[in-house]
Design a protein around this ligand. Sequence first.
Ligand SMILES: N[C@@H](CCC(=O)N[C@@H](CS)C(=O)NCC(=O)O)C(=O)O
Length: 222
Amino acid sequence: MPNYKLTYFNAYGRSEITRWCFAYGGIPYTDERIDIEKWPTFKKELISRGLVGEMPILTVDNRELHESLAIARYIAKMAGLVPKDPLEAAVADACVDSLAGIGFQFRKMIRNNKPLKEFFPKTIDPSGPEFAEQRQNMEGDFGPNVIYPVLRRLELQLQDKKWLTSHGVSWADLLISQQFGFMRRYFPELLDEYPSVQTLVDRVRNIDSIKKWISARPHTNM
Ligand SMILES: N[C@@H](CCC(=O)N[C@@H](CS)C(=O)NCC(=O)O)C(=O)O
């Protein structure tokens, strides 16, 4: 097996899905977390080495791979989480693509577009006054226009199903659980009207390897 190193901020963000795939597959890796203060210097180094100045980066022995979804899909494959049937694989991909898009917008929304540096070190109380604007946003435009349409579609797709595709558990299920479980932390009632999504979120979080990772991982804001 190659040596894997995943480099990202100390955050869930675009990397947590890959960490869940590593955990599910029992694949050893180095979980490198770059301090936000050290990022400008690190970014310059990446660019001077001809790399994209963004994270995550997955180092596989001596090769460096960028783009979070390419990285996650590769580790999902290594962990047996990508359907072998091309059509089922495409169903998983489609789900991942829509979720990755709204995940990014959600993280931007909860930090009110503030720079990462200001948001990271904070302890956020989602029921407190400093989160009032975000709660209003969720009830106003953001929930109805961005999040709920995806939840409604997923709810229909998941009805009477244990997993999204006929492959059994796939990386799409892991992302559904990771992402909506994370959003539920900020909006505890988010999934109340989507019982099939809620059940899947909890089902994945109860897989032994995932449960173990969730209790061992650093707890972060985003
Ligand atoms: N399309 C890329 C986007 C990567 C990206 O925007 N990464 C952010 C963190 S989530 C980053 O490195 N931001 C810091 C910067 O651009 O200086 C991917 O999905 O990996």
